[in-house]
Design a binder for this molecule. Structure first.
Ligand code: PBE
Length: 268
């Protein structure tokens, strides 16, 4: 009886990413808010699998709906649109915040000051992401190149006489392009001022759990709405600093040839 429905055209699937992603958590909430999603499963996959699935569908002009966000290169590579979200489940534009271990200011005041100043515009973050994703440069070379070429920006981020004297900093990040680019930039800056940096890849929930437990020192990829549940849960044991990026966005995306404008139309 579902033959010929919109849901069938999409194969009853929303192409998702890792189960630990905030956007997957919010997609399960969207299923509670929109009857239209009743016949859809959200497929957990990886970011790479999601991109491959989009690529294959677009080559064949097949209908496909995926979890999507900016900043991400998929919007410059393909003609994609966010579906309207009249219930506001996915939120509007949001800030990406830096968060640090509660005691960091006491233990490493200079690092705290740097992270508080750290901020990348869409263009700046895009430059690092492009080096890694389009130029296929490895992260180390990309971050080194960017930091070298942007020393004026970097100087404004760090305190005077910044010198880590070999102190160790644990930096959490997620396996998504924007977080990789942010974390590697921060790592490069810290290293160039004599800090030892350990990068730790995990889901946002695990990073914040560990941070609240005095483990991970710094995380510069906390999305204020997407990760709100975890930020609220640990608010007493972490410190949230200013935005490091503004106007990030998440939602459900479709290629523009797909004749659907809103989440409410998904099962018409
Ligand atoms: N994202 C990209 C992440 C944050 C960065 C939207 C996939 C998430 O859903 O947790």
């Amino acid at each position: 009886e579902l033959q010929g429905t919109v849901a069938e055209k999409f194969n009853f699937e929303i192409i998702g990413i890792d189960a630990g992603a905030g956007i997957m958590h919010i997609t399960s909430k969207a299923k509670d808010s929109y009857e239209s999603l009743e016949y859809f499963d959200s497929m957990h996959a990886s970011q790479n699998a999601m991109e491959a699935e989009l690529q294959a569908s677009i080559e064949n002009e097949e209908w496909v709906v995926a979890t999507g966000w900016t900043p991400h290169w998929k919007f410059s590579k393909w003609d994609l649109e966010f579906l309207e979200d009249p219930e506001g489940v996915y939120g509007e534009g949001e800030d990406i915040k830096a968060v640090v271990r509660e005691e960091l200011e006491k233990d490493m005041e200079d690092v705290h000051e740097f992270i508080d100043e750290f901020y990348m515009t869409d263009e700046e973050l895009g430059e690092v992401m492009n080096l890694i994703d389009y130029k296929a440069m490895d992260e180390e070379k990309a971050r080194e190149k960017w930091v070298k070429e942007n020393d004026e920006i970097v100087k404004d981020w760090v305190p005077e006489d910044f010198d880590g004297e070999g102190k160790e900093v644990q930096l959490g990040y997620m396996n998504w392009q924007c977080s990789i680019a942010q974390a590697h930039t921060v790592k490069e800056v810290l290293q160039s001022y004599n800090y030892e940096v350990e990068l730790i890849e995990a889901s946002p929930a695990l990073i914040l759990t560990d941070m609240a437990d005095s483990g991970i020192d710094v995380f510069v990829s906390a999305w204020e709405t997407t990760h709100e549940t975890y930020l609220d849960k640990f608010e007493d044991d972490i410190e949230v600093l200013g935005p490091v990026y503004e106007d990030a966005r998440i939602g459900l995306v479709v290629p523009s040839y797909v004749d659907v404008e809103s989440i409410t139309e998904l099962n018409e």
